[in-house]
Design a protein around this ligand. Sequence first.
Ligand SMILES: [Zn+2]
Length: 1002
Amino acid sequence: MSSVPASAQAGKAYKLTTKVVNHGNAVRKATYKVRLMKAGSKPIVVGTTAVAVEPHRSDVFDVSVTLPKGLSKGSYSVVGCVPRGTQGWLECITAAKHVEVGTASRAAKAPVRRSADETCTSGARTLSQPGDRVYPEMGNGGYISTHTDVHLTYDAPSNAFLSGTHVDLTQVSTQCLKDFSLDFETKSPTGASTGPNMTVSSVEVNGKPASFQFKQPTYPGDPNGQDDPDPNAHLTGQTNPVTAAINVPPACSPGGTGAALQGQPCPANKLVITPSDAIPTGSQFVVTVNYTGNPGLHVDGDGSTEGWFKNGTDGSFVTTEPVGTEDWMPLNNHPTAKPTYDFYDTVNLGKQAIANGELVSSEDNPNDTTIPGGTSTWHWHNPEHVANYLITNSIGSYDLSQRLSSTGAQAGVVYYEAQASSITATKKATNKAIMDTQQDITDFQSQFNGKFPFSTNGVIIGIPSASFEEEMQTKITFAGGSISSGTFNHENMHQWWGDNVSESKFSETFLKEGWATVGEYLNTARNVSPGNLGPGDAGFETSLINRFNTNYNATSSSTWTGAPSNPTAGNLFSTANTYTRPGTAYLALRQIVGGANWVKAMQRMQSLYGGGNFTEDGEKAVFKALLPNQSTACQSKLDQFFVQWFDTAYPTPNNATNKPQITGPGLAGPGFYDATGACSRADVPTTTASFSPAQVGGYYSNPTVTLTASTPGGAGTTYYSLDGAGYVAYTAPVKVTGDGSHTLKYYSTDASGNQEPSSTTTFAVDGTAPTTTATVTPNPVNGAIANGPATVTLSATDALAGVNTTSYAVDGGAPAFYTGPITVSGGGQHVVSYASLDKAGNVEATKSVSFQIQPATSVEVGGNVQSTLGLSLGNASPTASLGTFAAGVAADYTATLPATVTSTGGNATLTVTDPSGNAAGHLVNGAYAMPQALQVAATGNGATSPAFAALGGSPLTLLSYTAPVSNDPVTLWLKQSIGKTDALRTGKYGKTLVFTLSTTQP
Ligand SMILES: [Zn+2]
């Protein structure tokens, strides 16, 4: 049907022409009616004409339409319909151009800032921000996507796009572009048979051939540029950084969460196009991409698939969240790129093509030989902006029908219902009963969300088993041949949240999924009491409160362990964090701002962000402005609410305090307002760690750590994590043992729900005392030292902190600090005790060394050489005088000394030693030594005649006892032999000998 001219005026008549097709086997006559349709307004019939068409023929008719006066502002679709069947169903088409009343045309607004010599650069090959880890590769910058014409020539049995398939992307540059990119996955990265296998044959920009190249994405913000030669700049990953070893963010999300899929080269899915001439800033330009081949499925970050599902040889079923559209067409694959669309699908004769928006025409081309058996061409027009993951284009054998909503809150919407033709008749009837509730659902939901944002709405039920149902814009997809009512409410709610108002980045998917989950909660609430009802009804209100309390009090911890605003590509669609937690938060916000303001907030966001995108901050700003109490404290508390519910991961298991603490009035959990209606915003808790004993020399000695929390907002819980273990609740001081470095992390929550940022302290522990060793010299033999004094040397070591002091005491005397070797003298038993202290304060247990210094007797022996060769005898007692030595005469000189031996030991040995070290064993006279050694013997203990032996440097054994003895009379014998030629020096020859009685069995 042709369109009403843009210059049309109310009250005047205009002639439209339309083609009417009769697919049946008999002549059909009907009344063709043209209506003006706008969501929220009853349809207005503006022209009628009688039509009659022969079987399997089409005819063109004129119909005169007159625009009424007094139309309210808005965009009206012009819909022509004939009745179909007997159930009130219609066959309709929509004129390509709407009638705009009092609205500015939607011409693209682009900054025009041309200059003759402007610098032209590459457009950004992603719309993600530096550090983003959820589909960081998606989207393309340097231009705005304003409109897309999709031309598919599709052979269903072979699931192939044939020659003629192309897209015309109308874009407006925001910089001077040397080159720019699109997202297009033409090949399966794994070679999967369900994946795409397509080829780009040519690219044109404004009709002129352009060169093109597929490139890998680069992580957003790479300082080395988008063509960084480092392979690590182009890797898959769920986390930022990719790995501990590869310290850069991921360039793309992998096809699953398995370890082997991380850190792999990203597929080259950036179609980089270089036009023959640079594109100046602010230019509108059209990019044509011609391609052929098999569309397919994308494997997304959680390993599930989406995109172009093949239904055997019947055709396709398309459902694409979050990024699968690039597996069947090139586009700017990001939710902020929201062009309008027209779809022109040439398909096998008899197949249906179903895309977003309004059906403008469907014409059979039986003589077209593009596909054997002929073709049909379907034109769908979507006048509203569509985000990347909401574009549908399902082609196959579908039962497609339409109807108009002429009554109800959202009258004026065209509804499309499609189900795969192969579904059983019984199932089709069940499905249809549910599909028929869409107008009722839309009317019910519009009392919260406001006017339905689109000119059409509808459902496609397909056969393939896709990963999930999806809110494809105006054509909600249900997989597996079945539709369920609860999910239908969820997906229809999405038409406002996700579709009309889209998320700004993949990681904020929770914003719209939360509202869609609210759609389910509202549906449950309205069905509590039959015939109901809605806000204000007691059953409805109780249902929402119960829903909140059930979710909030659930014992499962999964709702709280992940922050909704910080997902990975692998858990982006986690029920707990992306659906339940934000949906529950929105119920709390309803209690906080009140039901009426909650509705205002929803409708204000639709008005502010409709056709575009919203953010968490944007949503927060809207709710803040609608707080009944506009105090700074309440605004600040709403900030806290958003942080708690959307941005905080509560890392320990669910319990009374470790989850968001700000809830709404009347709900489980601490409320938002205090008793006076004010918001007592408490300061965030602060936790301090104290150590006992205190640190000494950089080390703690096995300290006990006490965590003390200051909680102005009311007592809460303190958590800590020691050396990387999981956080646990703090209940008592923590003893830290184990030498070396330790890390303690801790934070506290309070009764108001404030959570302190985690603190970290790293410290060293030395809990090991030093080790001291004692060395006694001379080395005791059998615990005894033959002669004093003894020297005790102490040596201490400490591995970490180091030795501070060593102290000792001799024979139980006063302790003293060790500064050097200790001299111990005096005969008898001795004990030296000692211990060391390290710089960390660790004290060694006292150790001791004991030894005996055995009694000794000394005697002086000597003789004189008189006159020329005398010998003087010493007078000191005891002395042994050998008399006067005569030079030149060979003689032996002897002396005896009486002695008495008493020994209580098990054995005893009498030895003699010359300790002088000077001519050992020889009498000396100054520098002169007696030529022959002194000889010594003893009698006693059974020995009656002396057995002389020469004295040397070593002790000489004189007598041995094998049993104790008392007062044994002993005679010590000394003999000096003088040879005839021995030279003697005048003066006194002498030596002091040491006689020692020792025992090994004391
Ligand atoms: Zn959803």
